[in-house]
Design a protein around this ligand. Structure first.
Ligand code: B12
Ligand SMILES: *[C@@H]1O[C@H](CO)[C@@H](O)[C@H](O)[C@H]1NC(C)=O
Ligand SMILES: *[C@@H]1O[C@H](CO)[C@@H](O)[C@H](O)[C@H]1NC(C)=O
Ligand SMILES: *[C@@H]1O[C@H](CO)[C@@H](O)[C@H](O)[C@H]1NC(C)=O
Length: 141
């Protein structure tokens, strides 16, 4: 009995070691990472909504947005396909950009310490960095 328990324990430890080794070799290369996204309406001043989700290793922002919308009913969005630049983010949670009103959803990345950058590509091309804080800001152009 004692032997059986010891054998089980050794097998379990072996698995543990194997798992640690496996995740070690993967660390920083293929692990998904966590990012946060804030939906900020600077025109109506509706309260911000902040969400946490994951991205695949070097996955595009659009993928993380899709994953979030599948898991959280509080985040819905639509894109319009552009032949040259891919998906244009048109609507978030029912709020649509409008050419007549000159409104749109701007894509921003908060690098911390008040350093907010404006990516020079859209949601289909931007690859978030681990722990990125993405801001979707509804604003005027
Ligand atoms: C004007 C403009 C805008 C205006 C468009 C308003 C309007 N309805 O006219 C506004 C302010 C909305 C805009 C927004 C953005 N833009 Co812009 N925009 C331009 C600009 C200066 C001119 C486009 C134009 O009028 N072309 C002439 C018309 C006749 O051609 P068109 O095909 O009909 O143009 C349409 C597309 O360009 C589209 N569009 C504009 N920007 C973007 C961005 C993306 C990702 C997509 C899919 C479509 C798109 O809107 C135009 C009107 O419908 C170009 C640079 C350039 N000089 O071309 C950048 C440009 C197209 N934009 C760019 C970017 C990155 C953005 C943003 C992602 C910036 C951000 N970080 O928020 C956002 C889009 C966010 C979102 N909601 O998805 C990049 C795209 C590069 C890329 N490979 O993704 C460009 C090339 C500028 C750059 N940085 O080099 N943009
Ligand atoms: C909403 O988010 C934006 C962008 O992060 C920030 O500047 C603003 O202060 C926030 N507003 C509130 C009420 O928290
Ligand atoms: C955009 O705004 C204009 C002016 O307020 C309005 O007439 C139009 O219906 C709006 N377009 C869309 C697609 O909502
Ligand atoms: C802000 O972030 C950008 C991109 O990471 C970096 O190039 C720039 O030096 C930063 N600016 C400041 C003031 O930290």
């Amino acid at each position: 009995m004692a032997l059986a328990v010891r054998t089980l324990v050794s097998i379990a430890s072996l698995f543990l070691v194997l798992c640690v080794l496996t995740s070690d070799t993967r660390a920083g290369t293929t692990e998904p990472s966590t990012i946060t996204m804030t939906v900020y309406n600077s025109i109506t001043n509706a309260p911000n909504k902040t969400f946490t989700t994951t991205t695949a290793y070097r996955g595009i922002l659009l993928g993380a947005m899709r994953r979030l919308s599948m898991n959280n009913k509080g985040f819905r969005f639509t894109v319009t396909e552009n032949n040259d630049y891919g998906p244009f983010l048109t609507t978030i949670n029912g709020v649509s950009g409008n050419d007549t009103k000159h409104t749109y959803w701007e894509l921003l990345v908060d690098k911390g310490n008040g350093n907010v950058t404006v990516p020079d590509v859209g949601v289909g091309c931007y690859i978030p960095n681990p722990n990125d804080h993405i801001i979707f800001k509804f604003t005027h152009w």
